[in-house]
Design a protein around this ligand. Sequence first.
Ligand code: TMP
Ligand code: ZN
Length: 404
Amino acid sequence: MSCLVCKSEIKPVISFGQQPIANGFLTPEKFKEEYFFELKIGWCPKCAMVQLLEQPKPEMMFNENYAFFSGTSKYMAVHFEKFAHTMMDRYVKGPNAFVVEIGSNDGIMLRHFKNAGIKHLGIEPSANVAAVAKKEGINTWVRFFNAETAKEIVKEYGQADGFQAANVMCHLPDLHSIAEGIKILLKPTGVVAFEDPYLVDVLEKVSYDQVYDEHMCLFSATSIQYLFNQYGMELIDLEPQVTHGGSMRYYIGHKGQHKVSKNVTHYLTMEREKGLLKAETFEKFYHDCEKSKTDLMNLLKSLKEQKKRVVGYAATSKSTTVINYCGITPDLVEFISDTTPIKQGKYSPGKHIPVLSSEKFSSNPPDYALLFGWNHKAEIMEKEKKFTQGGGKWITYVPKVEII
Ligand code: TMP
Ligand code: ZN
């Protein structure tokens, strides 16, 4: 397989084995027909990015039953509000300002543009989440973004001052069509701002659970620069984010239109120094993942022998990779507590651990809560003070397996 950015040959890194669709929470009638594929990643030695070596068809992942609603975390809501205001302060301003967001989900970010009276358009392929946004009066088209879509947007609304995406670019295998679309869509002074889990964080935190069906790529600044340079665009700034356990926000403009921040050279150099272009770095990652798996399974098995009750906390998409790679079955984790109504009463993809409401967690607290939502740790710890104060313990596996 060749690199989605630069077409060099991809070097295999690790296989996480047979995996189901990460957001494919299901009912028992569907167990028999559940879809599996081999989740394995490779690394590009030329542009320093990691990508899936096989991806299920987009229709398998983003459909009318898509279970992911952005609006479920308070912290994320605040994060997107700030993101929107950063764009309005810097780039999306003036009387005819126009912003486009792809993967706009339930409108968690665009609502702030709408409230500010700014012309906006969301492009969202999942009809059920888009419906939530539309109901709120957020202008949304149900479809995928590519060069064709960009042309239609320009025809209907003109070129954009801002193009945004959060945790979306990493989902898209056809990066060249996206970049081409952006080039068409963006005004000469327009700016792209998107954020995604950052490869350096994944390697350092051994957060291999960022790898799942939807996450086609794990980007670095090096790979993003490489991609957009091919379309006459360049990185103009970078801002690390704490979201999703470590993300990077990339700001990109047409070449020569913006002052390039010192951060750009800083991160490109740092990535080189951290070995993103060296095979050893990815060999180490392989061993770190295998160790994480062994440590977590030893802990869960030992707790089972001690007759302790363990419940999973938050049925995150990421947890699907951990559960299926490690082999976590319902005899080790009794159920997963989750606040999303459409996940409740269903079973986790692959290993079929029941998903129950957070009331079930509070009313019958376990001895240990396995923190599948480790990236929401601050929010969860604050919410679950009573559990912790009552002697409940937490298990995490990022950056290492431990009881906290
Ligand atoms: P994600 O990490 O894939 O975005 O999934 C977040 C999931 O975590 C979502 O299903 C809701 C759940 N969740 C809880 O159950 N309790 C919480 O306190 C938080 C923050 C999230
Ligand atoms: Zn490459």
